[in-house]
Design a protein around this ligand. Structure first.
Ligand SMILES: [Zn+2]
Length: 288
């Protein structure tokens, strides 16, 4: 294969996704493995995945790592980068997973015609990434940790040490909490999705409550960033049809600013693409 390629690795709480991606953000080859709990095994799996993807392309230029906040995973992205750089003769860049997702959306996804794009990932927790004029906004390095903005300061304890963070109410953690409160035997998103699909009233109610919480969280983000478009991604976003109405009515009721568009991501593997495009942009900017 002659064309220039980039590797994107997206580490999630459940799976590690990897892809060989073209300069235009098209996935050429992809791999998925389960995310192990042990740090050592995560390192081995990522190394194996990268080696396998590199062997498919002679023109691979660099590697991008889409990494979650360290409270959710026992291995920091910076450490993974050092490990890879020791083994593989390619530059490696690491970025927050929601920022990678937002970058992909702003370059080739729902946000491509807008200058201020807010990406929200609804996975195990809630991640936020802001892209302004196709550049990730990082503040002085850590923005945008929307999952740890406070929704209820008397609320449930969060892994970050605070209480009542937004991600305790939405994402898989929030869903599990709601399922328990409503006396469901299951706390799995997929099962609650199927129950809602079958018209189960309690399951539908759970998704509505989650939508209201998400709406309130988004009001805070809208009032601070005033994005032209918010793109929702991650596994939980697939249940958008069950929570969208409650989310939108909360936003309409509470937002100080006039909200822009809100869409569910249509990109397959946005995190992988975003990480690879981050590697491309960083490579293009680097002196070599
Ligand atoms: Zn928190």
């Amino acid at each position: 294969m002659k064309q220039k390629t980039y590797i994107g690795i997206d580490l999630g709480g459940t799976t590690i996704k990897g892809g060989l991606v073209s300069a235009k953000g098209k996935i050429i080859e992809q791999l998925t493995l389960n995310t192990p709990s042990r740090k050592k095994t995560i390192i081995q799996r990522v190394e194996r995945m990268v080696s396998q993807l590199i062997s498919s392309s002679k023109e691979c230029q660099g590697i991008g790592l889409s990494w979650p906040s360290s409270v959710n995973i026992p291995l920091k992205g910076s450490e993974m980068r050092r490990r890879l750089e020791k083994k593989i003769p390619l530059p490696v860049w690491v970025e927050n997973d929601a920022s990678c997702f937002a970058l992909a959306e702003s370059l080739i996804g729902a946000g491509k015609n807008y200058s201020v794009v807010l990406g929200i990932t609804l996975g195990t927790g809630l991640g936020g990434g802001l892209v302004i004029n196709q550049k990730i906004f990082k503040g002085k390095g850590g923005a945008s940790e929307l999952g740890h903005t406070i929704l209820d300061f008397h609320g449930p304890k969060c892994e970050c040490g605070n209480a009542g963070c937004l991600e305790q109410f939405v994402g898989k953690k929030g869903l599990a909490r709601l399922a328990k409160q409503h006396h469901f035997a299951t706390k799995e998103g997929a099962a609650l999705y199927r129950l809602a699909q079958d018209g189960n009233k309690k399951a539908l109610r759970i998704w509505q409550v989650l939508g209201s919480f998400l709406g309130i969280g988004l009001v805070n983000a809208i009032n601070v960033y005033d994005p032209e478009i918010i793109v929702l991604g991650g596994g939980i976003s697939q249940a958008g049809k069950f929570f969208k109405k409650a989310m939108e009515s909360e936003i309409k009721r509470r937002s100080f600013l006039k909200p822009g568009l809100i869409k569910v991501s249509q990109l397959k593997k946005g995190g992988v693409i975003g990480a690879a495009l981050l590697a491309k942009r960083s490579f293009d900017k680097s002196p070599n």
